[in-house]
Design a protein around this ligand. Structure first.
Ligand code: DX5
Ligand code: ZN
Length: 210
């Protein structure tokens, strides 16, 4: 199980120390939540922040674009040092093939994400083209929301549809209990913000998600 803590819940005034702390406590990836205030009702991190953190960590940067028109910004995020770029199907629809190809052209991993109201059916044409599917189990926009169980059930449908060695990552409301639920359904990567950063013992919190 790949554990990707989201720095959205970290102390932004001490970002370097927070990322080092993640590394020391067993995180596999650093999840970076990028929001544009249009696709989701919140504004967060941009490519300059990805560029700033790249040299201070050796673990992969898992960049989650919750933005409109991702095609326009992929280059900035790729050159800033993203190891995985995931974008939303709802933001691209018929342009999805194009965005997958742009991300691939940088030689990095490509992920496709779906919001709670989007069915797996809509993304079936892309499952064999991407490295990762990010299943949202909250409405994207904010950390600390409650896990929506029905959304996690999409994991089964995705696994059943493809034989590919796909990374299925789940994002939103992950804690020790919901992590086990997702694992049982076939998830092999988990994002966790609030649970990891609000715990008194980060090492134990991360270990409890595996
Ligand atoms: C939500 C973000 C998530 C979020 C997860 O829009 O994509 O990555 O930060 O936070 P928790 O784990 O607190 O739900
Ligand atoms: Zn995220």
């Amino acid at each position: 199980m790949i554990i990707a803590p989201s720095i959205l819940s970290s102390d932004f005034a001490n970002l370097e120390a927070e990322i080092k702390r993640l590394e020391e406590n067993g995180a596999d990836w650093v999840h970076v939540d990028v929001m544009d205030g249009h696709f989701v009702p919140n504004l967060t991190i941009g490519a300059p922040v990805v560029k700033a953190i790249k040299p201070i960590t050796s673990i992969p940067l898992d960049v989650h674009l919750m933005i409109d028109n991702p095609a326009k910004y992929v280059k900035d995020f790729a050159l800033a040092g993203s190891d995985i770029i995931t974008f939303h199907y709802e933001a691209t629809k018929e342009k999805t093939f194009e965005v997958i190809n742009i991300i691939k052209s940088y030689g990095i991993k490509v992920g496709l994400s779906i919001k709670p109201n989007t069915s797996v059916n809509e993304i079936k044409p892309y499952l064999d083209l991407v490295d990762l599917i990010l299943v949202m189990t909250v409405e994207p926009g904010f950390g600390g929301q409650k896990f929506m169980k029905d959304c996690a059930d999409k994991i089964i449908e995705i696994r059943a549809y493809t034989d590919k060695d796909l990374i299925i990552e789940v994002d939103g409301g992950i804690n020790a209990e919901t992590a086990q639920y997702c694992k049982k359904l076939g998830a092999n990567a988990l994002v966790a913000g609030n649970y990891v950063f609000s715990s008194d013992n980060m090492k134990e919190a991360i270990a409890s998600l595996r």
